[in-house]
Design a protein around this ligand. Structure first.
Ligand SMILES: NC(=O)C1=CN([C@@H]2O[C@H](COP(=O)(O)OP(=O)(O)OC[C@H]3O[C@@H](n4cnc5c(N)ncnc54)[C@H](OP(=O)(O)O)[C@@H]3O)[C@@H](O)[C@H]2O)C=CC1
Ligand SMILES: CC1=C(/C=C/C(C)=C/C=C/C(C)=C/C=O)C(C)(C)CCC1
Length: 317
């Protein structure tokens, strides 16, 4: 009897959330104020990281910027300060556990307060065919895009939980929800990032830590240069063009500010997620071929060849 009543309640709640989320697509819910919050962004010197820093600053937040690329990071801080905001830069390699824990303590000592919004944005891709790629480069992708999430969350979540206030944001990718050829390192790391994030979100809900929110951001190709050359069939590209970085960050910011748990950008990319789950593998393969998404990474890999040949050897912690 209790089981049947529980089931009835569950079904009613499910219907309520389906209806609520459908209404939210049309009528945007109110965004939460974040002025005065301390936001830490990893990979803050890069294309999306820099824009996130500026957008958080426009919302009145103070930003802590972490990146291995110190000069790019300083440039981001300069742009934030030009907007009238407060920015604090730290050179951190997020793959290095000790570096993460030591810098987390340093941030706390320097600023005298805790980070309340963590944006795990740093990301890399090997950009070489797996069989021709040095092992270290493949390993680096997993360390930056996945392992680092453990270190940063372990460094900042305890204080968020203690204060029952905070937000963990993971910048994953649509390639964490469905995959394509020749980016095994990237897909493996982003699927792992999605798994990590979802498990963490379930953990917080199971423990009824209601003040700590989570947002998983899964963008399609963004014009930051990271996937330069990646291309699908021209006719399909008319509906699914690479995203303008500013648009991508605005959509992600909106999701964060309304405490939305997951956002795929653009919305059209929810479809391949659905098809992957519902259709036979072979049907998806046919659709991939039709849309030119089976070989979409070929021109990207080609365009990376000269860059990787001239790059210094990569050291992994
Ligand atoms: N661009 C795209 O098409 C898409 C990107 N994404 C994701 O969005 C996020 C941001 O991407 P985007 O801005 O395009 O990429 P960028 O390459 O422009 O920026 C990434 C930043 O992270 C830094 N970084 C790399 N390794 C480390 C490390 N070990 N520790 C600290 N910082 C590090 C990079 O430094 P350096 O320059 O020295 O490498 C760079 O400044 C990534 O997670 C990416 O996977 C998701 C979907 C699509
Ligand atoms: C595979 C695939 C597609 C193409 C996806 C591409 C090209 C994604 C690139 C994503 C990137 C570069 C993410 C970076 O994080 C379509 C056309 C949606 C159709 C369904 C299958």
């Amino acid at each position: 009897m209790i089981f049947l009543m529980d089931m009835q309640m569950m079904l009613l709640d499910m219907i309520y959330f389906i209806l609520r989320n459908s209404v939210r697509v049309v009528l945007r819910p109110r965004t939460k104020p974040i002025d005065g919050e301390l936001v830490l962004i990893t990979g803050a010197g890069g294309g999306l990281g820099r824009l996130f820093a500026q957008e958080f600053c426009k919302q009145g937040a103070e930003v802590v910027l972490w990146d291995v690329n110190s000069s790019a990071n300083e440039q981001t801080a300069k742009l934030v300060r030009e907007l009238g905001g407060q920015a604090h830069t730290y050179s951190v390699d997020v793959t290095n556990r000790d570096d993460v824990y030591q810098n987390a303590d340093k941030v706390r000592r320097d600023l005298g307060r805790d980070v309340s919004i963590l944006v795990n944005n740093a990301g890399v891709v090997a950009g070489k065919r797996m069989l021709e790629c040095p092992d270290e480069l493949l390993e680096r992708t997993l360390k930056v895009n996945c392992h680092a999430l453990f270190w940063t969350v372990k460094a900042f979540l305890p204080q968020m939980k203690a204060q029952d206030h905070g937000h963990i944001v993971t910048i994953a990718s649509v390639l964490g929800l469905f995959s394509t050829a020749c980016v095994e390192d990237y897909c493996a790391s982003k699927f792992a990032a999605v798994g990590f994030h979802e498990s963490l979100a379930h953990e917080l809900l199971a423990e009824q830590v209601e003040g700590v929110k989570t947002t998983l951001v899964c963008p399609y190709i963004v014009d930051t240069g990271m996937f330069e050359g990646c291309k699908i069939r021209t006719e399909v590209e008319l509906f699914l063009a690479p995203l303008d970085p500013q648009y991508c960050v605005e959509q992600a910011m909106n999701a964060i500010l309304i405490d939305q748990p997951l956002v795929c950008i653009p919305r059209l990319t929810y479809l391949p997620v659905l098809f992957r789950a519902l259709l036979p593998w072979e049907s998806n393969v046919i659709a991939y071929r039709f849309m030119g998404s089976d070989k979409c990474m070929y021109p990207f890999i080609d365009s990376m060849k000269p860059k990787l040949e001239s790059a210094p050897t990569i050291e992994v912690a």
